[in-house]
Design a protein around this ligand. Structure first.
Ligand SMILES: *[C@@H]1O[C@H](CO)[C@@H](O)[C@H](O)[C@H]1NC(C)=O
Length: 297
């Protein structure tokens, strides 16, 4: 039968791995990757000098003309960096802040309804993700105390906290997907897809990056941690009940043997509680004793 220590250790392994993975996901910038084939755009410029004149400035400065990777907070450039963009180095690649959480007032004054929805979705997804991580850290504390004391209450609390955290992170992922969806299909202003020049639409390729995948794996691990914690709770409960009934069994035993001995020994010798068979021998001995006496006479 599977025991509570196994479930508790599986729960802690999955929870720690899950926490590590979501932390990696939130701090890296490969959620979405956009590859821009700049050489192809230059070829188009050569074919159409008019296009070249119109887009030359944007081609050197606007980030949508550069290959880039998006994280939750940063945009990074794996190949070429736009001129004078004020990038800093993160993990040895040039990045800029998205500045999406709190856009400048001047920008917000002209926000359309879909832009507001996008902003709300972005903010809620960051808040849900952060809250999820905080709750996982809390659950580590209750989990350690719960293992230490073998406390059923703390173990079930840990399981519930982990479940809440992973659900909050699922919500965060849904918010993130809404942001990506509205950027692609709803918003038709700069710098979103619908406003792009057709040459840019043709030469850009979107992909989900590994940070995004790592985030989902981390959330799945946290859910597994929660499930194993629930099973640990069930196992601890069952083991406690078994220990309790074993104790009761011990108290009942003398009674049982009394009855048994009474049944075996008709002379009422069954007073040696623990030694079930002893009165039985005694019976023979006494019989022998009387027999000897009779014989001797
Ligand atoms: C992840 O993003 C960084 C920063 O843009 C980039 O240098 C790196 O090549 C990307 N990694 C992968 C596997 O795409």
């Amino acid at each position: 039968m599977l025991s509570s220590p196994l479930f508790l250790s599986l729960a802690s392994v999955f929870t720690l791995l899950g926490l590590a993975l979501v932390s990696i996901a939130i701090s890296t910038d490969n959620w979405t990757e956009v590859q821009v084939n700049r050489r192809e755009i230059i070829n188009a410029f050569k074919r159409e000098p008019e296009l070249s004149l119109r887009l030359q400035n944007a081609f050197g400065h606007n980030i949508i003309y550069f290959s880039r990777n998006y994280g939750l907070f940063h945009t990074c450039f794996p190949d070429t960096v736009p001129q004078e963009i004020g990038s800093f180095s993160k993990f040895s690649s040039p990045c800029i802040w998205n500045n999406e959480f709190n856009p400048p007032e001047a920008k917000k004054d002209h926000f359309s309804t879909p832009e507001w929805y996008r902003l709300y979705a972005y903010r809620s997804s960051i808040i849900c993700y952060g809250a999820g991580i905080i709750v996982v850290v809390l659950s580590l504390i209750t989990g350690i105390l719960g293992c230490w004391n073998r406390s059923k209450k703390l173990i079930i609390t840990t399981a519930v906290l982990l479940l809440i955290a992973s659900l909050a992170m699922c919500l965060a992922m849904m918010g993130w997907h809404y942001v990506a969806y509205s950027e692609r299909y709803l918003l038709d202003m700069e710098p979103y897809y619908k406003s792009w020049e057709s040459v840019l639409k043709i030469t850009s390729r979107h992909n989900y990056g590994w940070s995004y995948i790592v985030s989902w794996i981390g959330i799945a691990f946290l859910m597994l941690g929660s499930i194993f914690m629930f099973w640990a709770y069930v196992a601890v409960k069952r083991e406690e009940e078994m220990a309790l009934s074993a104790k009761h069994g011990a108290y009942l035993m003398p009674n049982y043997y009394d009855k048994g001995a009474g049944a075996i020994v008709p002379y009422g010798y069954g007073t040696y509680a623990g030694y079930g068979t002893y009165p039985y021998y005694n019976q023979y001995n006494t019989a022998g004793y009387y027999g000897y006496m009779t014989y001797g006479r």
